[in-house]
Design a binder for this molecule. Structure first.
Ligand SMILES: Cc1ncc(COP(=O)(O)O)c(C=O)c1O
Length: 289
């Protein structure tokens, strides 16, 4: 079955999908995006993702290109037209096409693109043994809570991680505080078993996985402390992990080459992963072996 994407009202062969050269997403990164996972053709935490998308649009005063209901219908139609059981949908909305000028165009029709891809989930070995992260300066703007398509600092950090053979880059501000990862949220666990994670404010993207995992942790009676933590504290932690739509809960066992705890995935981290698997199972019927 050919890969079909959605571009501004049309279902097209993926290779033929195109937007205008004066699209503000292309020229200014003036847009937002969302990534949602699906298993057995059912989306995980669809409502939370749609809520975050609406918020990102509102914060930037970008007119939604269609109602949320219509967007969900397009997502379903794409699932029907693509031969994928498990995967992700990428949704990008920009302020649309206008003569290049920084200020907002008086009238704008937002552009929308949706693309279905295969799930790029962590390898079994990464889950079993944990992954390495490096630390990098956080070079981003002050509104990291918006899921903006302007991702240059994230790209540079992720590239540095890849070049260093690490899975992710943890971003550090000028006070030595780790905000989040280039493409994920993160948390550490101290010797008292407390899960410490950056508060949901303008310094981080409020991850849907983060929110879900914290809810599951709290229901399981685990102690959560939402406060910032330093590189020093992270390197002395008992356990560490990262979360994202495409990583689930992934144990972090090395930070800048230094072992976290005993260098193996921690028990609380693995408990959270199991709870998250059950959460996905309840919504989609997907089993992880
Ligand atoms: C900077 C950043 N933080 C956190 C996340 C995790 O968000 P979510 O759990 O909604 O995928 C992402 C995911 O793309 C991200 O890019």
């Amino acid at each position: 079955m050919a890969k079909i994407s959605y571009v501004n009202g049309r279902y097209v062969h993926h290779a033929e999908g195109a937007v205008h050269i004066e699209d503000r997403g292309y020229q200014f990164a003036d847009g937002v995006y969302e990534v949602m996972a699906f298993y057995n053709r059912r989306f995980v935490d669809e409502n939370l993702h749609m809520k975050r998308l609406a918020r990102s649009l509102a914060e930037l005063h970008i007119k939604p290109p269609m109602s949320a209901k219509a967007m969900r219908m397009v997502m379903q139609e794409l699932l029907a037209r693509n031969d994928r059981i498990d995967g992700t949908v990428y949704i990008q909305i920009s302020r649309g096409v206008a003569k290049r000028d920084h200020h907002f165009p008086k009238i704008h029709d937002s552009s929308i693109v949706m693309v279905i891809t295969g799930a790029k989930m962590p390898k079994a070995k990464e889950v079993r043994e944990g992954v390495s992260v490096i630390t990098c300066p956080d070079l981003r703007w002050a509104r990291r809570d918006i899921k903006s398509i302007s991702l240059l600092p994230n790209i540079l950090a992720k590239q540095a991680a890849t070049a260093a053979g690490a899975r992710e880059a943890w971003l550090v501000n000028d006070k030595g505080i780790i905000t989040e990862g280039a493409v994920s949220n993160n948390a550490i666990i101290n010797s008292k078993g407390e899960i410490i994670t950056s508060p949901k404010d303008n310094n981080i993207l409020g991850g849907v996985t983060r929110e879900t995992v914290l809810n599951l942790a709290s229901k399981a009676g685990l102690k959560i402390v939402e406060r910032s933590f330093s590189i020093k504290e992270a390197k002395a932690a008992k356990e560490a992990f990262l979360t994202s739509t495409t990583s689930n809960v992934l144990p972090v066992t090395r930070i800048d080459g230094i072992k976290v705890g005993n260098g193996k995935p921690g028990t609380i981290t693995m408990q959270l992963l199991e709870l998250y698997y059950q959460h996905i199972y309840k919504q989609t019927g997907k089993r992880w072996s």
